[in-house]
Design a protein around this ligand. Sequence first.
Ligand SMILES: C[S@@+](CC[C@H](N)C(=O)[O-])C[C@H]1O[C@@H](n2cnc3c(N)ncnc32)[C@H](O)[C@@H]1O
Ligand SMILES: [Zn+2]
Length: 311
Amino acid sequence: MEFYHVSVLLKQSVENLVWKQDGIYVDGTVGGAGHSLEILKTLNSGGKLIGIDRDLTALKAAQEKLKNYKDRLLLIHSNFSNLKQVLEDNGIKKVDGVLLDIGVSSPQLDDAERGFSYNNDAPLDMRMDMTSELTAKEIINTYSENELSKIIYEYGEERWAKRIASFIVKEREKNKIITTGQLVEIIKNAIPASARREGPHPAKRTFQAIRIAVNRELDEITEAIPNIVDVLNPNGRVCIITFHSLEDRIVKDEFKRLANPCTCPPEFPVCICNNKPEINILTRKPILPDEDEIRENPRSRSAKLRVAQKL
Ligand SMILES: C[S@@+](CC[C@H](N)C(=O)[O-])C[C@H]1O[C@@H](n2cnc3c(N)ncnc32)[C@H](O)[C@@H]1O
Ligand SMILES: [Zn+2]
């Protein structure tokens, strides 16, 4: 299968990321390698790119796509939250910029067999990294009703979470839930018909929630940001593209915390906590795709890019 993914906010993110053409950069989410290719084109012969992805199929395709640049490129199978370890293993101390374009790639969504999509009947999987253990099937069949309800409510922002969790547990007492089709049916039965008539596909929120849980998506971002900032050279950039409000809130809050870490009460005349700012936020408001981009690639609609610079 051809690995095809339309890169989102491509120009804006690479322009913000690469401030030094002979620097060392990290693309923490190589995916279809669109951003990686643009970064490599922007660098001169002194520059280097470390590309990370937890999906081996993405890395394999990236190797082919980026073959003209193989002297300046290192591709690594890992999670971007392991950035420090990845750099250490490769004898690199500091880098000049890190890009994360978080979320699923089009091939992950479109390859029915991977179980990300509620539009195709497939095994309940949803792992970005197919070498990791936890699958959607495991979560759906073994987590308690309470845990399921919490996941669906918090990660899916689904108001019918409690009912959906209860319907899942009732069904699995009779039959093991092993396909996306079974899960879609359960969700449809759990959400009252009147609430299903409008809005997106009734399974959209629950599928997003389970996917986030399978891949620990929010924890990955929370853990990654301070580590990224630690490994940046002075003036180094961190650029993060997110696709839903839960992710964007984490990026926004973590950037704020690192830009303004003083924990002293406001009435203190001077700072005594001695927490020093580590970054300067370059995007007060996130950068959004323009109308042309949204028209050409509807998946870009919810994208937001935030950029910060290491002090
Ligand atoms: C939206 S795609 C990236 C697309 C890419 N920027 C492009 O231009 O083609 C996201 C990719 O990040 C990977 N990914 C998501 N979370 C990850 C994590 N925590 N660590 C490593 N890779 C991750 C996914 O496997 C997927 O391939
Ligand atoms: Zn203070």
